[in-house]
Design a protein around this ligand. Structure first.
Ligand code: MRU
Length: 347
């Protein structure tokens, strides 16, 4: 029997996560019983992808609430705020993480008249709601994206914005699953996505596992597949969209956007509204995470660059709004001018 694969599951007592650092060779689940363990899993990318880390952090807040001192409301609240600060520090670029943690803190505030066990219950229900909303968001994004494509289209994607990055289905990859359901043929091209190889390890794995026609390429082959006419659209996810439409996503997305512009190929950003940060004016205001040098100098345990070499390892880059054809949200398709049209989503 084929093994069930899920990204995250709340058992009522613990958060179960597929350990994404072990994919595609090992399918193993880890159980988180404390918010510190959730922090660790996010920081070390056992769970990754903007919506998934938001959901994990929301459950992290439930675990923090369950472990908080229950004798008086002010120490309970202080413990929650401490956990919130810690969880938000785990990864800085994806705004979904902060969004989810702030939503949990708001829930604690609006429930403060209740007894502590009832507040904990309200927090648990709120985390489950965040998780369920993400499922609906993904399905809606998939349907909107599919309306932009013709049967037989070739679609290039970068990094992993699939089921593994969300509750299920994904944002950018939801279009392939929706197409399968409707009997529409799409051809996926997955960039391998150096240095963490989310394209090779995760996107190729989940699309293949689910029966999508997928071809893996190295990052430096994107221009060739575009020049050969194999790509009709580029669809990627995002970690934060600024109010002017500038979009942070996995490092390399900016380069792909330049290629797409060069070849006149539309670039669609698959964006749940919690990833849109209207308080962030432009891409220059988005904090970009830098990660360890070993992600570049080592592959698994093998050194591939000389010891002592200088490195620069930003985990994300910013694609300028001018390179983006449309931002596809669960509420509909947003076209330029993004400054004006993104605002309308929140009115
Ligand atoms: O560093 P990662 O793997 O967390 O980066 C993930 C991405 O950049 C995704 O494209 C983005 O979070 C969108 S996931 C729906």
């Amino acid at each position: 029997m084929e093994q069930e694969i899920f990204t995250l599951k709340w058992t009522g007592a613990e958060l179960q996560l597929i350990d994404q650092t072990l994919l595609p060779c090992n399918i193993a689940y880890v159980e988180m019983g404390s918010y510190e363990a959730v922090f660790d899993a996010i920081r070390h990318m056992k769970v990754r992808g903007a919506p998934a880390i938001g959901i994990a952090a929301a459950y992290g807040m439930v675990l923090a609430a369950k472990a908080a001192p229950a004798q008086d409301p002010s120490s309970f609240q202080a413990a929650l705020e401490q956990a919130a600060c810690r969880l938000v520090e785990s990864r800085p670029t994806a705004v979904n993480l902060r969004w989810a943690v702030e939503r949990m803190l708001d829930k604690a505030k609006t429930s403060q008249a209740l007894a502590i066990p009832a507040i904990i219950q309200a927090l648990e229900q709120e985390a489950i709601r965040i998780h369920d909303e993400d499922r609906r968001i993904n399905r809606a994004i998939g349907a909107h994206l599919l309306s932009l494509l013709k049967n037989g289209a070739g679609v290039l994607t970068h990094c992993n914005a699939g089921a593994l990055a969300t509750s299920e289905y994904g944002t950018a990859l939801s279009v392939f699953y929706t197409a399968l359901e409707k009997g529409i043929r799409l051809k996926a091209y997955a960039d391998e996505t150096r240095p963490r190889l989310q394209g090779a390890r995760l996107t190729a794995f989940e699309l293949l596992h689910n029966g999508v026609d997928v071809t893996l390429i190295c990052d430096n082959m994107a221009a060739v597949v575009m020049a050969q006419g194999k790509i009709d659209a580029v669809i990627v996810g995002c970690d934060r969209i600024a109010a002017n439409g500038d979009t942070a996503n996995k490092i390399g997305t900016f380069s792909v956007s330049i290629l797409a512009k060069h070849f006149g190929i539309p670039l669609y950003i698959a964006a749940p509204t919690p990833t849109i940060d209207m308080a962030c004016p432009t891409g220059a205001d988005i904090p970009i995470e830098e990660r360890a040098a070993e992600e570049i100098t080592m592959v698994e345990q093998v050194r591939i660059a000389p010891a002592g070499i200088k490195t620069f390892n930003p985990a994300f880059d910013v694609t300028p709004a001018a390179h983006i054809t449309a931002i596809v949200t669960e509420k509909g398709i947003v076209v330029p001018p993004f400054g004006e049209n993104l605002k309308k989503l929140f009115q």
